[in-house]
Structures are given as structure tokens and as C-alpha cells.
Ligand binder design. Structure first.
Ligand code: FES
Length: 120
């Protein structure tokens, strides 16, 4: 059963976002990528100092997945040409990528990790 949370989006408008169960904290080790397919989305999870983050599993440079990528601290390195992204928000930290990658909100409940997929 998905968890639902209502958030304030704009002045008087409420938006409903839905979190779906993805995995457990134990499946996402620090300095490792953990890749998942869920509801038509390919996502890569990583951990930095006990916090968990999710990005779209597709480099914005040449459409390479991060399945064989590396994580060092808060940096995600693309395995194909070495672009570097910030796992915390998907921003570009190093070339050759120029565009950020999508970041997904996560929610942690006990040992479970939930992801919100319906965000822009
Ligand atoms: S495909 Fe990722 S840096 Fe080129």
C-alpha cells in the first residue's frame, strides 16, 4: 500500500504526492550504486553519511546508465565518459555532461525506503 503525503505547492494549491516502497536501507551501501526498476522508472540510489538519495538512472550526456558507475562521497561518476553528478540533487559537478539529471524525493520509515516518482 503506497504512502501518501499532501504538500503545499504554490500559494493556495495542494498537490498530492505518492510514495511507493522501493527497497531497504541495507540494500544501499555507502560508495556504491544500487539500481532499481520501478513502475517504468529506472533509478539509482546512493547513500552519503547515512542519508539516501535517488536519481534517474540515465546520464544526461550520452544516455548511459549508472549500473557500473561509482560513488565517492556525494559524487556519482558516470562509467562511460566520467561526468560527475551530485547525488543530493542531480546537478552537474564535472564534464562532459552539461545538464542535470532528475532527482526523486525519498522517505525513510524504519528500515524501508520509499520513493516519490510523480514529480517533475
Ligand atoms: S554518457 Fe555519461 S559522461 Fe558520457
Amino acid at each position: 500500500m503506497p504512502a501518501t503525503l499532501q504538500i503545499q505547492a504554490g500559494s493556495n494549491k495542494l498537490s498530492e504526492i505518492e510514495f511507493v516502497q522501493l527497497t531497504t536501507k541495507a540494500d544501499v551501501e555507502e560508495n556504491r550504486v544500487a539500481c532499481f526498476e520501478i513502475n517504468g522508472h529506472s533509478v539509482v540510489l546512493s547513500q552519503f553519511k547515512g542519508e539516501f538519495f535517488a536519481l534517474a538512472n540515465m546520464c544526461s550526456h550520452a544516455q548511459q546508465t549508472f549500473d557500473n558507475g561509482r560513488v565517492r562521497g556525494h559524487k556519482l561518476l558516470c562509467p562511460l565518459h566520467g561526468a560527475i553528478f551530485d547525488i543530493r540533487d542531480g546537478s552537474v559537478l564535472g564534464p562532459p555532461a552539461l545538464r542535470p539529471i532528475k532527482s526523486y524525493p525519498l522517505k525513510i520509515e524504519n528500515e524501508e525506503i520509499y520513493i516519490c516518482l510523480n514529480v517533475d
